[in-house]
Design a protein around this ligand. Structure first.
Ligand code: NDP
Ligand code: 8X3
Length: 248
């Protein structure tokens, strides 16, 4: 039987690669994002029988409700929720950061994720489905300028693990995927500059959206009795050493 995934943030990066990987393995996908033309292109590439485009801003609860209510036959019974949509804005130290940037990250990475999860949970329980969330190494290891992004991803990592506890006995599988550097549009969005993004990844051999997508697909297709609780991935060139001291 064809299974259906609901993948947020499918207009770019990890989410787009995830839709492509899942469809290649026979899944149907609800693909979400604000950029309609990107979702239309995905439907054009993969087929309207495989991809349903749901264009909405995840911060808009009414739009989220309408997108869920409007799911057509064949896409309405969700077996897998991929909580992927998210962003960082800015790298300024907390004392200089823009409060609007902080609010955008909280609204997107925290509020929208928990809202969508809560709304889809009854169906996921009914079908003994799965939730895979994209947290981040930024939720475990601190770097300067990470502040609210790091906090939002610590929330994502822990909310996902907490879901596992609440869903104990339901048969729903829950996984927190926590990647390090993945070259997507993430750093262009964070810095507002494609050039800064190119400089950030230059020479680092970062992971790709496809690397994370193949991990998502692997986890989604494991036998029903097996749960990967959390998985942390980094490119070989990145590590987690971070202690610093300030001297007089
Ligand atoms: P991209 O910028 O390439 O993709 C982000 C996706 O999120 C886009 O599809 C975007 O769609 C969607 N999105 C952002 N804000 C909204 C919104 N308000 N409403 C709807 N959709 C939204 O970045 P990545 O693929 O790298 O990021 C995906 C996830 O992975 C994020 O949660 C990020 O925090 C996480 N992550 C990324 C890492 C990296 O190094 N790249 C490392 C660890 C975690 P649109 O703009 O069309 O709305
Ligand atoms: C972003 C991961 O390593 O670029 O979530 O900060 S990193």
């Amino acid at each position: 039987m064809t299974r259906t995934a609901f993948v947020t943030g499918a207009t770019a990066g990890i989410g787009e690669a995830t839709v492509r990987a899942l469809v290649a393995s026979g899944w149907r996908c609800v693909a979400t994002g604000r950029r309609k033309e990107r979702l239309d292109a995905l439907v054009g590439d993969l087929g309207a029988d495989k991809v349903h485009p749901a264009v909405f801003d995840v911060r808009d609860e009414a739009a989220m409700d309408a997108a869920i209510a409007d799911l057509p036959d064949g896409f309405a019974d969700i077996d897998l929720l991929v909580n992927n949509a998210g962003l960082a804005q800015g790298l300024s130290p907390a004392q200089e950061a823009d409060l609007d940037d902080w609010q955008t990250m909280i609204d997107t990475n925290v509020t929208a994720m928990v809202r969508l999860t809560r709304k889809l949970l009854p169906g996921l329980i009914e079908r003994k489905g799965a939730i895979i969330a994209i947290g981040s190494v930024a939720g475990s290891y601190i770097y300067p300028g990470g502040n609210v992004y790091a906090g939002s991803k610590a929330f994502a990592n822990h909310f996902t693990l907490a879901l596992r506890a609440d869903l104990h006995g339901t048969g729903v599988r829950v996984t927190s995927i926590e990647p390090g550097m993945v070259e997507t549009e993430f750093t262009t969005v964070r810095t507002g500059s494609r050039q800064k993004s190119d400089e950030f990844y230059a020479g680092t051999h970062p992971m790709t959206g496809e690397d994370i997508a193949s991990t998502i697909r692997w986890i989604a297709e494991l036998p029903a009795h097996l749960n990967v609780n959390r998985i942390e991935l980094m490119p070989v060139t990145q590590d987690f050493a971070g202690f610093r001291v300030a001297r007089d």
